[in-house]
Design a protein around this ligand. Sequence first.
Ligand code: LRH
Ligand code: MN
Ligand code: MN
Length: 425
Amino acid sequence: MSVLEAPAATSVEEAELRRDYDALGERLARRGVAIDAIRDKAAAFAVAVPSWGVGTGGTRFARFPGPGEPRDIFDKLEDCAVIHRLTGATPRVSLHIPWDKADPAALRQKAGDLGLGFDAMNSNTFSDAPGQKLSYKFGSLSHTDPGVRAQAVAHNLECIALGQALGSKALTVWVGDGSNFPGQSNLTRAFERYLDAMREIYRDLPDDWRLLTEHKMYEPAFYSTVVQDWGTNYLIARELGERALCLVDLGHHAPNVNIEMIVARLIQFGKLGGFHFNDSKYGDDDLDAGSVDPYRLFLVFNELVDAERHAGPDFHPAHMIDQSHNVTDPIESLMTSAMEIQRAHVQALLVDRGALEGFQEANDALMATTTLRQAFRTDVEPILAMARLGKGAALDPVLAYRRSGYRARVAGERPAVTGGGGGIV
Ligand code: LRH
Ligand code: MN
Ligand code: MN
């Protein structure tokens, strides 16, 4: 088994970090912020890693695999364990079925050995699995054929059963259902069929589970999509019941959409279930979180932190990454993304909420926005590094990973994979 331990910090590294941390602590104290409390919150922060993210992604045109591609879910779990060991921020893995289908006892054993748990289960009715009886070419949960709908419902129930055996507590449903031509599909009927099928799934959802539905504006359907936006997603959650919540994948909106406002609305009406973090420039680009627009990521966390002040114990949106890594080592990208998400969270914790409220009440737009920017501009790296140090993770995860030679080692164990045509996501 390929496991990697985080290297201990040298005394020089630790002393340098301590100095940076103390200097930042002094500056924050002047702003009335206790740095240790922020560090503790940073240490408690976790985001789940997608099993499908540790393999090299692809586009519709090609996939260029890297060395040491994971062969199966067990290799994927090992890669996920590296990410968690080095960052200390990713204790759980989100599985995609049937891609990750395996004996639940073996999965539990492997994850346990690696110190990992399982996050939300993801069903897949947007592609046909080998040997599958009926095709999802023209849809799944909203298909015109009741047989196809029943098959898609059964698949989701199977995901729940597997998840129960693994200790998961949520099912995420994303469907590619939609149409490519005006008139191809009756927009209302399709949504009715989808809702009926989802009601069947919800009926069998264990009491302590949440059902997360994910909207996406387009792709693979390019004219209409059944669950296309947060409004439709909200309707689904409201129709199904209390344990049905909306999942916001940051890449699934039209360009320039104000995602933080969507987040605020869903929180206000008790329907924010969680996130798929990534970044994008044009569409569902699945780029690394915070790599294009870190301010937007911060603004999303600003809403979350603001909500936490008033929220009840039930407010714990699921934090998951959903990315596709085409030109980087997926382990490096996922570690960097986890840290960027953690950074946005910490920066949002630094917002002077009292001052912000005062400026908002006084309609002082400039000072209000300056208050947000002051938090965003704070270099919180010493806080993140100190949180990692306290957990026995690596001070510099990417550097530690490169020095470890992990990729070369697994490349020796895992057969090389040749490139190919289009991939998904
Ligand atoms: C769809 C999506 C959804 C899928 C994943 C593989 O674009 O974001 O979350 O489950 O990609
Ligand atoms: Mn997603
Ligand atoms: Mn996506």
